[in-house]
Design a protein around this ligand. Structure first.
Ligand code: ADP
Ligand code: MG
Length: 265
């Protein structure tokens, strides 16, 4: 594999169940996510997007094939080793934010450090909140924050350990359109200017206020072509197989490809 890959999947196959009731969720997926790239994963419902994300993040084990995170083969690891590696190298963002309601924003962001046995460095926690433009809400509890603000805190929590890769499953699914766009702009800024310039017109991205973090790599599942258009690349799944990709996607091109996939079914 290239040392420039944050994540690499080799012949990744996942089967649920056995015998007549077996469902092949992923078939021989061959895919790499270069460091500093922002990839959207799209496909019809049931095509294997969530399974791919779960296996790539080490949250679920594939039936066969290999997964490398930051160059490390995670397949042979035991549960303890895998948990440690996940804490050190990955961040995960959920549609539903998943913040702990009794903790302040700052405490929520400190949590991954505490879980990793690291004494939370207040400056690092505030820097992660600052990267998401939400440091002024450090003392607020989730119930005192809007959905968009809560998701910013959740992203800060994913960032605080400076992971090699951040996985996001429909991160804007619970947000209204304009809040979702702001959040995607913030995710985009974490990665830097869009790659593949010249292929399309990327969304306008203001200069980053604070690029003190290590290189960020994002892998995001979405249903929405407008969301996918923030990525450098879109990979398409259908029935567990990878069926194509678009570099420097536009929302229109993504929507067209999705329609083709629906028709092909
Ligand atoms: P997507 O996220 O694209 O909607 P999923 O990865 O959730 O797709 O699911 C892919 C396939 O695997 C679907 O056919 C789904 O029904 C099946 N599947 C997912 N999770 C399980 C599970 N825990 N047990 C059995 N089948 C599952
Ligand atoms: Mg899903």
């Amino acid at each position: 594999m290239s040392i420039d890959d944050a994540v690499r999947l080799e012949s990744l196959t996942k089967t649920y169940g056995a015998g007549d009731s077996a469902v092949v969720a992923l078939r021989e997926i061959q895919l790499s996510f270069p460091r500093g790239s922002f990839t959207a994963v799209m496909g019809p419902s049931g095509s294997g997007k969530s399974t791919l994300l779960q296996c790539a993040a080490g949250l679920d084990r594939p039936t066969s094939g290999r997964v490398f995170i930051d160059g490390r083969d995670i397949i042979g690891l035991n549960e303890t080793q895998l948990t440690e590696l996940r804490r050190e190298l990955t961040g995960f963002i959920f549609q539903s934010f998943n913040l702990l309601p009794s903790l302040t924003a700052e405490q929520n962001v400190s949590l991954p450090l505490r879980l990793a046995g690291i004494k939370p460095d207040r400056a690092a926690v505030l820097r992660a909140l600052g990267q998401m433009g939400i440091d002024q809400k450090a003392g607020s509890r989730p119930s005192q924050l809007s959905g968009g603000q809560q998701q910013r805190v959740a992203i800060a929590r994913a960032l605080v350990t400076r992971p090699a890769v951040i996985f996001a499953d429909e991160p804007t699914g619970a947000l209204d359109l304009s809040t979702g766009r702001e959040l995607l702009g913030a995710l985009r800024r974490l990665v830097g200017p869009r790659q593949g310039q010249g292929f399309g017109t990327p969304p306008a991205v203001p200069a980053p206020a604070d690029r003190t973090s290590a290189v960020t790599t994002i892998v995001m599942v979405t249903h929405d072509p407008n969301v996918a258009a923030y990525a450098d690349r879109v990979v398409f799944l259908a029935d567990g197989s990878m069926v194509g990709e678009l570099i420097a996607p536009t929302a229109e091109a993504v929507a067209e490809r999705m329609t083709d996939l629906a028709v092909a079914r």
